[in-house]
Design a protein around this ligand. Sequence first.
Ligand SMILES: NC(=O)C1=CN([C@@H]2O[C@H](COP(=O)(O)OP(=O)(O)OC[C@H]3O[C@@H](n4cnc5c(N)ncnc54)[C@H](OP(=O)(O)O)[C@@H]3O)[C@@H](O)[C@H]2O)C=CC1
Ligand SMILES: O=C(O)C1=N[C@H](C(=O)O)C[C@H](O)C1
Length: 269
Amino acid sequence: MSNLPGIVITGASGRMGQMLIKTVMASDKCTLVGAVEREGHDWVGRDVGEAMGGAALGVLVTDDALEAFSHAQAVIDFTAPEATLAFSALAAQAHCVHVIGTTGMSDTQIAKLEPAGRHTTIIRAGNMSLGVNLLTKLTKMVAQALDDEYDIEVVEAHHNRKVDAPSGTALMLGEAAAEGRGVKLDDVRESGRDGITGARKQGDIGFSAIRGGDIVGEHDVMFISGEDRVILRHVATDRSLFAKGAVKAALWGQGKKPGEYDMMDVLGL
Ligand SMILES: NC(=O)C1=CN([C@@H]2O[C@H](COP(=O)(O)OP(=O)(O)OC[C@H]3O[C@@H](n4cnc5c(N)ncnc54)[C@H](OP(=O)(O)O)[C@@H]3O)[C@@H](O)[C@H]2O)C=CC1
Ligand SMILES: O=C(O)C1=N[C@H](C(=O)O)C[C@H](O)C1
């Protein structure tokens, strides 16, 4: 029996799920105690290492999330909005730190995390990397310094399996730009231009999404004037970046007061 914090990974068969399992296994600061998949998934009942095509890890994939959470100190959850909401209630019941990487959650869904946050520590971020969280700070600073003669456009690119747009990261960056400008993103957000859109409205923050191949995640925040352009860019080249951030968050959350936190809190930015 190890004294290290025990971690459960939900969505174990997913792109991030598998990367998270490898990252937890490689860490000397935590241990893998559970892997969850949905009922009926063909991984359920199998050793998760073997299901991933490697050596046995001694952890069977289960569809009983509450039972798995009850043996853990943290749950790392990169799945889908409805699943994450259900897991948040179970993590609260089991008093596990809940690290949420899932994107595409509506404001209504985010608000529904609040009751769970009264019982456990939730750390949620659209991007778990230090680089993007730094870029978010820089975006706010640049937006504060430049007036709305500069048009702000957020351009993101991801792989062809991504289901939500704009990406969670693009929205984080857009929120930071809006905050820097002292406006609400909802009042100035322009996404999905198509057809006769009319001229660009001054002060709008625009979003564009590229989807193709195996792009891990690329984000540009462009400040465009009639005379120059300031472009802030982050390029992720390996998903392990996000997994390492999520594990750091799970460890940081141990012993923290219940409540909702983000990666800025974890990274002290
Ligand atoms: N915050 C961050 O730093 C990052 C966030 N992400 C986000 O993480 C999420 C997952 O991404 P990715 O791994 O690429 O996606 P995948 O589609 O590869 O994996 C999603 C996993 O979640 C499971 N899942 C989906 N819906 C449910 C449900 N209702 N109940 C139980 N399990 C469910 C899937 O199971 P099944 O196969 O059975 O559907 C699958 O195992 C996305 O929202 C993505 O944007 C990704 C990278 C970084
Ligand atoms: O779905 C992905 O892959 C990613 N999702 C996150 C997002 O929506 O921003 C983070 C990263 O860019 C990869």
